[in-house]
Write a protein that binds this ligand. Structure first.
Ligand code: 6PG
Length: 246
């Protein structure tokens, strides 16, 4: 299937498009299944989206009482610390919207990585259909690093496909190295996956990730290929400069 790649002038326009997709997906999911299961990402790129969703006209278009948020990965630091993906989403979005506390399913970064990943596997199971280990997410937000990583699936990460969540260790731009990440089968069972990618430093990697040459060990973002769902790439002009999009 041809990749759905949308290129925007700047990150502001990209964030608005992402907010529109978020609210539309939320209302379709609540209409069809009574709840909206969304996976948030860390990194700096989604902050603009989070701030838009925290405010009108987007805020009141989401039924927050039926919205459940999860994380694709977390850095193993306490939730109040700089560097926590939970904290970033809480400060920019969650504290500004009427989402019930029990709908916020964070990865417990304050625990040891292996303990936090086991704990999160149990959380995922609680939301799964009977006999399944994790739920089918309605929307997964992902970023991509300049090295081709996504969530905390790094070029060096072991990919233990049997487990829904994994403890990993990776050094990237001085960010906390101990992490917990969801694994490809969990992402790949989602209905919609939305990548947000900005910045010229990612342009070359992005063109490789989106090329026909499949090198997932080198470019873990290529592991994201939903079996029965869609992937949408929202890219700014700087990151998309080597992409040929009709
Ligand atoms: C994390 C992320 C990670 C991130 C990329 C891109 O916890 O760090 O989930 O995968 O999305 O590193 O980060 P930027 O948006 O800051 O470039």
């Amino acid at each position: 299937m041809k990749a759905d790649i949308r290129i925007f002038k700047n990150s502001e326009a990209l964030s608005r498009a992402a907010a529109e997709i978020f609210v539309t997906t939320a209302s379709q999911a609540v209409g069809a299944r009574g709840r909206f299961l969304a996976v948030l990402s860390g990194g700096s790129t989604p902050s603009g989206l989070y701030r838009l969703l925290a405010d009108e006209p987007y805020r009141s278009r989401v039924e927050w009482s039926n919205t459940f948020v999860f994380w694709g990965d977390e850095r193993c630091v306490p939730p109040e610390e700089e560097g926590s993906n939970y904290r970033q989403a809480f400060e920019n979005l969650l504290q500004h919207v009427p989402i019930p506390a029990e709908n916020v399913q964070r990865i417990k970064g304050e625990l040891e990585p292996a303990e936090a990943s086991d704990d999160y596997a149990q959380t995922l199971e609680r939301f799964a259909a009977p006999g399944r280990d994790w739920p089918r997410f309605d929307l997964v937000l992902l970023g991509m690093g300049a090295d081709g990583h996504t969530a905390s699936l790094f070029p060096s990460s072991q990919v233990d496909i049997a487990a829904p969540a994994l403890a990993v260790s990776a050094d990237y731009q001085g960010r906390p190295a101990q992490r917990v990440t969801l694994t490809p089968p969990v992402f790949n069972s989602a209905r919609t996956i939305l990548f947000l990618v900005t910045g010229e430093d990612k342009a070359e990697t992005l063109s490789r990730v989106l090329s026909d040459v499949f090198l997932p060990e080198q470019y873990p973002a290529q592991r994201i290929r939903p079996a029965d769902g869609q992937v949408i790439w929202l890219v700014d002009e700087a990151a998309g400069k080597y992409l040929l999009v009709e």
